[in-house]
Design a protein around this ligand. Structure first.
Ligand SMILES: Nc1ncnc2c1ncn2[C@@H]1O[C@H](COP(=O)(O)OP(=O)(O)OP(=O)(O)O)[C@@H](O)[C@H]1O
Length: 277
């Protein structure tokens, strides 16, 4: 894990994320975001070309602290997500959506506030690392193992993953190195590997936007299944139709702040009115 701060469980009394579903139908919280602030620090900002080297030299030569620019990307965001929900995260460019997902995944430490999660969430981004020099087939196996599947599970699900991705529809692309794939094909394979497993909390960053319409339909259907299988899905997307088809709740971020959190139709309508102004 990059910056290595694992989400923790709350010490407070009350229902813990992921605790067994009460028989009375009370919603079970899976993610609690409590007053979250995330700040990026850019070292050596404003020192021109070779910023990092210049900053390091100044530190080593004791020429004072390097210029540090901060970006306050998420500002005081709070919400609780429940088992079985699919939550869309929308907002204009740079509003903090990806940062929020990374913080929920435990990849960015909070400046202030806390993130409590049910187990380790899985973050599926279009940039998630698969090995470019290895074939698609090897990436399916390694990706499955990396997600915690057993060898047996990988063997059982291998063909399903390849079929879902549609990579082999025309040619035998699955036996070629990933560097020969278009970015859309690579994104489809990533989504297919991640979606083969049931996740307690699955975080998807724009993955659906990259596939063709047929792949998007399969993905949306799979997200609905994942929800039924009791997980919680977060979907960051600029495609309001994908959000409408997939999510029943939407969180709207703007300049790092939570502007609105509610039923999909209401929040997307308000967002569209705002963006069409
Ligand atoms: N690694 C980073 N270092 C410094 N600033 C960053 C970094 N990543 C993002 N930011 C800044 O944080 C803010 C939020 O970025 P983020 O990527 O979370 O927004 P977003 O809503 O996902 O944007 P988009 O819709 O364009 O993908 C932006 O101002 C961005 O410039």
């Amino acid at each position: 894990m990059a910056d290595g701060v694992a989400p923790t469980k709350p010490a407070a009394a009350g229902p813990e994320p992921g605790s067994a579903a009460p028989s009375d139908g009370t919603p079970v919280p899976t993610v609690i975001v409590d007053g979250l602030h995330v700040v990026y620090r850019i070292y050596g900002a404003g020192t021109g070309h070779g910023n990092a080297t210049a900053a390091l030299r100044r530190l080593l030569l004791r020429q004072g602290s390097p210029n540090v620019q901060t970006v306050h990307a998420v500002k005081g965001v709070s919400f609780t997500a429940y088992r079985g929900e699919a939550i869309g995260i929308i907002g204009s460019n740079g509003s903090g959506k990806t940062t929020l997902l990374k913080a929920i995944a435990g990849l960015l430490p909070p400046e202030r506030g806390k993130v409590y999660t049910d187990g380790q969430p899985s973050l599926l981004g279009v940039n998630a690392a698969l090995m470019n020099d290895l074939t698609g087939a090897t990436n399916v196996i390694l990706g499955g193992l990396a997600m915690g599947m057993t060898r047996e599970e990988v063997r059982e699900r291998y063909q399903g993953i390849v079929d879902f991705s549609g990579i082999n529809e025309k040619d035998d692309f699955i036996s070629l190195p990933m560097r020969t794939y278009s970015s859309g094909m690579a994104a489809r394979l990533r989504f297919s590997i991640a979606a083969a497993k049931n996740h307690d909390v699955l975080l998807i960053d724009e993955a659906l936007a990259t596939g063709d319409r047929a792949f998007q339909k399969r993905s949306e259907a799979r997200i609905r299944e994942l929800r039924k299988e009791a997980g919680t899905v977060f979907l960051v997307s600029h495609n309001n139709n994908s959000i409408r088809d997939t999510c029943d709740r939407v969180i709207w971020l703007e300049r790092g702040e939570l502007l609105m959190d509610g039923p999909t139709d209401e929040v997307v309508a308000a967002y569209e009115e705002h963006t069409n102004k």
